[in-house]
Structures are given as structure tokens and as C-alpha cells.
Write a protein that binds this ligand. Structure first.
Ligand code: FAD
Length: 345
């Protein structure tokens, strides 16, 4: 049976546990919520409305529309889609926004030994998880080999001035693993520039917080049980201020075929969907873009190498793994300890 368990993008992977949702807030601060849709998912902003923090939904929507027009592969004439469609040898002048994403992606590609690679797009499309749908599924070995030929950051040269040269006509950049987090950073920076001090920005589960929640306490973010049959149940709760959290998982966006389950995180080194016991990876980082990117990279690196990488780079990480008997096992780095509440709290 081949079914796409693409459960709705209204990811409830993050339940923002601001307990007093209805009862206003502890000291009379006026908390407000702004929400809408973007990048095939949702956005939700909670913020303390004050004389110096009065964001307009119109400007947030405009900012996200501009963001999509630059980095979306779902818009045929976006900046990124035009680069993806360009011939080999083509040199494009890139926007600061795209340069920011690509230079971070290049660094993580090097650091992760190729486990994180935003040129993985042809394989993501081939396995049915991208903007371009495959002709047949599952892809043949031949098709996988052909797609893999145009994958690898070595096939792109980004010069310091922002000129981007493609060395292979079929190189297709897919920023889905990093750009939602980047958008969260951009919206958060705009709120900070306005003078907002207490807010939580959530785009499709990538989250960044500042200050305190409506209870005037640290923000609390729930991490979902990594099981599509338990949508919305909470595995662990994190609490944080002035930090970001991102999760990458294999239990929401997957396909099954003859007992084989493949998900949307691809190992660029093998050309196949990452196949390890990792069900989800949650990363805390100042930047939502880096939290987003590291979460995908660690999904590919797997439990032992991923946790070793996170420890070496002092990254707070929680991994939810599937035990041989099918239970969910938690492993986390010491840096994650300070953010994790024990479930009784
Ligand atoms: P993560 O778990 O954070 O990353 C997995 C994704 O990254 C995969 O889906 C794949 O695309 C890519 N990836 C897989 N393996 C690797 C790897 N080894 N290294 C690097 N990257 C990898 N979706 C829609 O349905 N409609 C839209 O209109 C739409 N617009 C979008 C616009 C933008 C600007 C972006 C960034 C994404 C858009 N998306 C859209 C895609 C959607 O929002 C999600 O980004 C996507 O499904 C992955 O979300 P995630 O957090 O689950 O992925």
C-alpha cells in the first residue's frame, strides 16, 4: 500500500503551553495573538502589546510574502526557482536573504561531512517530498543515481559579493530545512526592532521566544510524542527565554510501500531517505535558522554520531529514538538539561 501520511501542516508538534490562555495574564499585561498561513503551513505570534510594541499583521504578512518570493521553490518565478531553472555556468546575483541561507548551509555542509546539503532537492523531489512530484514511485536505482549527480554543495560557488555560480544544470537548491527558521528569525528581529520584549514567534513548529509569557514566566514549549497516532500528545516540555527551538522528525511526512517507510529527510551521501532509529531531533539555539538546520543535519547523522556532533559543538539537543522493542527512548546532551522540565513540573 502506498499512502502518503502527509498529516496536515498545522503541525501541533509544538504546543505552546501558556497555561493561562483564557484568563489574560498575571500582571495585566495585554498579550495578543496574530496568526495566518505561510510556506504551506501556519504562523502564530503571541506578544505583549505595549506602547512600544504594536506590530501590524499587514507588515508581518508583507514580510513573509517577500520572504517566499525569495526562497520558495513552490513559486515558479521566485528568486530561488529562477536559479534552480538556470543553466550550468549561469551566475546569479543573490539577495542578502539568500546569501544568509546559503552561507549557513555551506558551513553546516562542511561541518556535517555532507549530511546536511541544501542541494538535495533533486532527491527530495524524486522521493516525493518536494515541490516537484515524481513520475513514478518508489524511484528506480537508475533515477536515484541520475538525481544524485547534481547533488553536492561543491556544485555551487557563492562568492563573497553574493554572486552564485551553478556548475551543474540540474542543481536544485531546496531550503526547506533552514528557511522556516530563517523566517522566524527575521520576524523576531523585526519585533525586537519595534521595541517588543515579550513574544513567541512560531512558523510551522520552528519557534523563537523573547522575554516572558502571559503568566510572566519563561515560555514553555511542548515536544510532541513522535507517533502519528498520538498527534498532539506531549513527550517533554522545554522552558526558555530569548531562545529558539526547532524539531525535525520522520513521523509526519512519510510514505509507506510494501512495509518500507521512507520520510522526507534524505541522506545526500547515500541518496536515500535517512534510515536510522531517530524519530525526532529537537535543537535549542539562539537562532531559529540554526536550530532548524541542525535538527535536520542530526536526523541524518543518527543517534551516536549526531549526539557526538552536538556535544562537540555544545548544542542543546534532545533525540527521541525508537528502541528495538518499539518504545520511544530519550537521549539528550548535557547542554539540553537546563531547558528540559521533568514532566511533573
Ligand atoms: P525539516 O525537518 O526542517 O527539513 C526537512 C526538509 O528539508 C525536507 O522536506 C527536504 O525538503 C529538506 N531536506 C531533506 N533532507 C535534507 C538534508 N539532508 N539536508 C538539507 N535539507 C534536507 N510546502 C508546501 O506544501 N506549500 C508551500 O507553498 C510551501 N512553501 C514553502 C516556502 C518556503 C520559503 C519554504 C522554506 C518551504 C515551503 N514549503 C511549502 C515546505 C514546508 O514549509 C516545509 O518547509 C517542508 O515540508 C519541511 O518542513 P519541516 O520543518 O518538516 O522540514
Amino acid at each position: 500500500m502506498n499512502w502518503l501520511a502527509q498529516i496536515s501542516f498545522w503541525r501541533v508538534a509544538w504546543l505552546v503551553l501558556s497555561m493561562a490562555i483564557v484568563s489574560g495574564c498575571a500582571d495585566g499585561t495585554d498579550y495578543r495573538v496574530m496568526q495566518g498561513e505561510t510556506m504551506g503551513t501556519y504562523y502564530r505570534i503571541q506578544y505583549a502589546h505595549t506602547s512600544s510594541c504594536q506590530p501590524s499583521q499587514f507588515s508581518v504578512d508583507n514580510q513573509l510574502v517577500a520572504f517566499n518570493r525569495s526562497l520558495s521553490t513552490y513559486i515558479a518565478d521566485s528568486e530561488l526557482s529562477l536559479i534552480n531553472a538556470a543553466p550550468a555556468g549561469d551566475i546569479a546575483t543573490t539577495s542578502k536573504r539568500l546569501q544568509h541561507a546559503l552561507s549557513a548551509a555551506q558551513r553546516l555542509w562542511q561541518d556535517s561531512g555532507g549530511a546536511f546539503d541544501v542541494t538535495v532537492g533533486p532527491l527530495v523531489n524524486l522521493w516525493g517530498f518536494g515541490a516537484e512530484k515524481p513520475q513514478s514511485w518508489p524511484p528506480s536505482k537508475l533515477a536515484q543515481a541520475a538525481a544524485a549527480e547534481s547533488v553536492g554543495m561543491q556544485l555551487l560557488t557563492l562568492s563573497p559579493g553574493g554572486a552564485l555560480r551553478k556548475h551543474h544544470a540540474n542543481t536544485y537548491i531546496d531550503l526547506s530545512s533552514i528557511a522556516k527558521g530563517q523566517a522566524v528569525d527575521e520576524v523576531s528581529e523585526s519585533l525586537l526592532a519595534l521595541g517588543c520584549q515579550d513574544f513567541l514567534v512560531d512558523i510551522g513548529g520552528e519557534v523563537r521566544s523573547a522575554g516572558l509569557n502571559r503568566q510572566r514566566k519563561l515560555w514553555r514549549v511542548g515536544i510532541e510524542v513522535p507517533d502519528p497516532r498520538q498527534v498532539g500528545s506531549v513527550q517533554r516540555v522545554l522552558q526558555m527565554a530569548d531562545n529558539s527551538v526547532a524539531t525535525s522528525g520522520d513521523y509526519r511526512n512519510f510514505r509507506e510501500f510494501q512495509g518500507m517507510r521512507v520520510d522526507h529527510v534524505i541522506d545526500p551521501r547515500s541518496g536515500q531517505p535517512a534510515d536510522n532509529s531517530v524519530l525526532s531531533v529537537t535543537v535549542v539555539h539562539q537562532s531559529a535558522m540554526w536550530a532548524d538546520a541542525y535538527a535536520t543535519a542530526l536526523m541524518v547523522l543518527g543517534a551516536d554520531r549526531g549526539l557526538a556532533f552536538a556535544t562537540e559543538h555544545q548544542i542543546p539537543v534532545l533525540m527521541l529514538l525508537k528502541s528495538p522493542t518499539g518504545e520511544v527512548v530519550e537521549r539528550y546532551t548535557s547542554d539540553m538539561q537546563t531547558f528540559l522540565l521533568n514532566n511533573a513540573e
